[in-house]
Every structure is written in C-alpha cells, then in structure tokens.
Design a binder for this molecule. Sequence first.
Ligand SMILES: [Zn+2]
Length: 344
Amino acid sequence: MRATVMFGAGDVRIEDVPDAQLVEPTDALVRVTRACICGSDLWPYNQMEDSETGQRMGHEFIGVVEAVGSDVRTVNAGDVVVAPFAWSDGTCVFCREGLHTSCLHGGWWARDGIDGGQGEAVRVPQADGTLVVLPVGEDDALMPSLLTLSDVMGTGHHAALAAKVGPGKTAAVVGDGAVGLCGVIAAKRLRAEQIIILGRHPDRIALAKEFGATHVVSERGDEAIERVRELTGGFGAHSVLECVGHGEAIVTALGIARPGGSVGRVGLPQHDEIPTTMQTFFDNVTVGGGPAPARAYIEELLPDVLEGRIQPGRVFDRVIGLDEVPDGYRAMNDREAIKVMVTP
Ligand SMILES: [Zn+2]
C-alpha cells in the first residue's frame, strides 16, 4: 500500500510500504477515506534530521472497517469510524478517568511499527477502545467536521477545559491555526462572554470571528499583552488557550492571564521550560493542559457536529489526494492553507 513517509526536514514522500493487516485479535483493519495534515506535523517538517528509513506520518483519520480481529466487539466490517490521535484500550485506570492519552496499553500512530493516518490503510490496535462508529455514510457532507474530532476540535476543547472557560468569562486564544480556531468554537460552546483571538492572518481572523471571536489582537509580544489588558479592564483574561507551543506564545499566554486565571496549553512545546514562573506564582495562575484525550471528547462533541451546532470542518481550506501530500505540507508550512484534508 502507499503511505506518507518523512525522510528529513522538507522531505516528504509517498512510498510503497507493507500492507496494513490484522496482527492482534484486538485489531481492526481500516481503509482510510479521510486524513489530514496537522500543525504539529510541521515541527518535524522543519526540524527532522535526515533518516534513511524515514518516519511514517499522520494521526488523524476517518475510514471504513475492512476486517476485525476475533476479540473485537464494538466495531464491524463496513462501519465508518473516526480514530482519535492516540490509540487506547478504553478500560485501564486512565481511560476510565477520561485521560486516554495516558492509556497503559495505548500509543501513538506512525510510531513503533504502527501505521500512520496519511496512507491508504491502518492497522488499528485496541479497536474497541480506540474507534468510534459514525452514524453516517463514508462520503457524508459532514466529513470535514467529523474529521476534526480526531484531533483539532478535541484539542481546542481540551484547551478550553484546561483554561476553565465558563459562562460570563473572558477567554483569550493564542494562535490562529486550526487548533486556535477550534479553541474559539470551544470557548463559545462553553459560553465565554468575551473571546479574544490573538493572530494576524486575515483569512484565519475572519473565520475566528465567524466562529465567535469578539475581539482580535494582531500585535505580538509585549504589545499583545498590553492590548489584551486594555480589552479586559486592565486585568487580563480568566481563561487563556495556548494553541501554538513555542516560547513567545507561552510568554504571551502567561502574560495575559488574569490573577487567579488559568492557561490551558495544547500547543506541542518547543522549549524545555515554562517561563515567567515568578509572575504566575504571585498571580495564582493555573497552568494546565497537555495532549488532549480526544477519544474522551468524541461522544460529547459528536451530537453538536451531527446537528450542525458547530462547524469545525470549516478549518479545512484545501483537499488533496495522497500524491499531493508533499505539496500539502509545503502549503501549510507556507501558511497558504490553514489545514489540508487528504482523500487517499
Ligand atoms: Zn487505557
């Protein structure tokens, strides 16, 4: 079968790889019908050291179940399923607490011999715990929004929860990528009163406003912090959703949190330390977040997608075939596209 393999920074290729197949009795074999490129895929796209064997890619996908192992109970051949960006058993102590990314028997796509989502098919370990059956056909018009449940919408929701968004509160979203935009949707869904998006790309800002952003801050650094304070009576935001991951975004996120406020971090950290500990200590700012347990949120967010209350699929502004994936990485990296969907 064909799948995406990254061999180094800027070097993404579509390669012939061994066919995905059932190995364990708890596996499902899924033919991928929709996948996408993630902002986090751009970190290795810019930084990966050259590798002769390469690295399989992709952790967001929807597909049709082709076959299941003898122990699989909740999914059947022919089901349309969405996979969260980590696989998990659904039964261990952490899964039962809703933290599927810490599953004792789980793991990550495209690592340790597991297929990636940017390919024709995937062997899904722990199929009962990992996959959620979707009550739609494989080409349903809602596919873009359903696909966001594998990562970006769940991640935006996780940022909002970690930032303790609630009715009447001010939420500030750092980053106007797909996760930040989904963070705006999540903040609105959790009934924040004021939603400030920090970003500077006109197309993304326009979408953020349609998703519910009430204010835009396009300044950076200290000026951005100053501007958010002006918009919040001088105090800062109750809830800050940090959706980027690099150092400047973290400094900004911590700098705009109001005393007693919370910062929800979902951007993959590109640094070793959380800065400004003194100020956040004296302001009693809570810093939380991490990889979203997207699996835990799919059932909660699915009705809102199916009934059209949220439309996170609007973050996709380009659809490509598998052969065009290398150019899809380039387009996202050049900020030509917000988020790229792949139809293998
Ligand atoms: Zn588990």
